[in-house]
Design a protein around this ligand. Structure first.
Ligand code: NAD
Ligand code: ZN
Length: 346
């Protein structure tokens, strides 16, 4: 079968011939219905030098996947062939304290495991079939098309986890700022609208992303740069934001995030732009907490899928064939994708 693979660091991906996988005991082969193209793949392909991540190339890209059960290994008796499923993508050891809490994204033994998931050091979903190493990673779908479910597993789950850590701040009268209204951002806005009463302000530098943010339910959209901080100050009647999600992570967005947070607010850095922000006594309002978040937990994926099944969130999806997957990344890098690009390998 054909698979879009990361074959080197700081190198373009290649469409290669690989063997179809066979499931071993406890494993499942999924016929991939949708594999989302995440901006993290661009960092993986273009930005990260060899040795930064604790895994090797080559591997098949695609870490946000959904499809149908194709074949199950010995001992898997709760899944049936053809059943629609979404894959929890952070593959930990399953036994450490974090894993047992469903937080395999923070597996305590991650350094001893080769690869952090399919599409992240192990073979992912940019191929007609994908091996999922444990049936426990699959969440069955009840009515969602795998193409729409795929983005939920990362573009939905990641902001959901970031929002949930700040749930206690997102009360009546609060404000949340979402910087970067792309694949993650358009879902972050929808999730905020679904789970809390906060006023949602979206920031982006592209017209199409600002329009997508508006369609996703943002109360206000603000163009990045210039007087963005002043506008947010005014929109919040001088109180600034209780929660800021930086889904870009470059120096200007981190500076904006800090400047529009209010005392005791949360600034959560999700974007992997590798920018930094000076931390000192007067560099941010009092008691602002800064945190990075990585992906989300397995129970949170179940919750995100439930939000979508209830019609409360809906990924905006642009569909592409596997043969065009390399071009999808070019378009993503050029800012030509609205919402999420999903590759349909089948
Ligand atoms: P995307 O390309 O779909 O969206 C990024 C958006 O940010 C675009 O709309 C773009 O116009 C906007 N943007 C870029 N520079 C900006 C700036 N200076 N000011 C305001 N907006 C700006 O990307 P995505 O797939 O949504 O991913 C977003 C980031 O999140 C990436 O860095 C990705 O690697 C990261 N990510 C992190 C995790 C995690 O677990 N921490 C998970 C998934 C993705
Ligand atoms: Zn991702």
């Amino acid at each position: 079968m054909k698979a879009l693979r990361q074959v080197g660091w700081q190198q373009e991906p290649e469409l290669c011939d690989v063997d179809e996988p066979d499931p071993g005991p406890g494993e499942v082969v999924v016929r991939v219905g949708g594999a989302g193209a995440c901006h993290s793949d661009l960092h993986l392909l273009h930005d990260f030098p060899p040795g930064l991540l604790p895994y090797e190339v080559p591997f098949t890209l695609g870490h946000e996947n959904a499809g149908w059960v194709h074949a199950v290994g010995a001992g898997v008796d709760h899944l049936e062939t053809g059943q629609p499923v979404a894959a929890y993508g952070a593959w930990g050891c399953g036994y450490c304290r974090s894993s047992r809490r469903g937080l395999e994204n923070y597996c305590e033994r991650a350094a001893q495991i080769s690869g952090h998931g399919g599409g992240l050091g192990r073979d992912g979903g940019m191929a007609p079939y994908m091996l999922v190493p444990s049936a426990r990673y699959l969440v069955t779908l009840d009515g969602l098309d795998p193409v729409d479910a795929a983005p939920l597993t990362d573009a939905g789950l990641t902001p959901y986890h970031a929002i949930m850590r700040s749930q206690g701040l997102l009360v009546g009268g609060s404000a949340a700022v979402v910087i970067g209204a792309g694949g993650l951002g358009h879902l972050a806005i929808q999730i905020l609208r679904a789970v809390c009463p906060a006023t949602v302000i979206a920031v982006d530098e592209r017209d199409a992303a600002l329009a997508a943010a508006d369609a996703a339910g943002a109360h206000h959209v603000v163009r990045a740069g210039g007087d963005a901080a002043a506008q947010i100050h005014e929109l919040t009647k001088g109180r600034n934001a209780d929660v800021v999600l930086d889904l870009v992570g470059v120096e200007p967005t981190l500076a904006l995030a800090a400047s529009v947070s209010r005392p005791m607010g949360h600034v959560t850095l999700v974007g992997i732009g590798l920018g930094s922000y000076p931390f000192s006594f007067f560099s941010a309002p009092y008691e602002v907490s800064f945190a990075t978040t990585y992906w989300g937990s397995h129970p949170e994926l179940v919750e995100v899928i439930a939000l979508a099944e209830a019609g409360l969130i809906e990924p905006r999806v642009q569909r592409f064939a596997l043969a065009d997957a390399a071009d999808v990344y070019r378009r993503l890098a050029a800012g030509e994708i609205d919402g999420r690009a999903v590759v349909q390998p089948d």
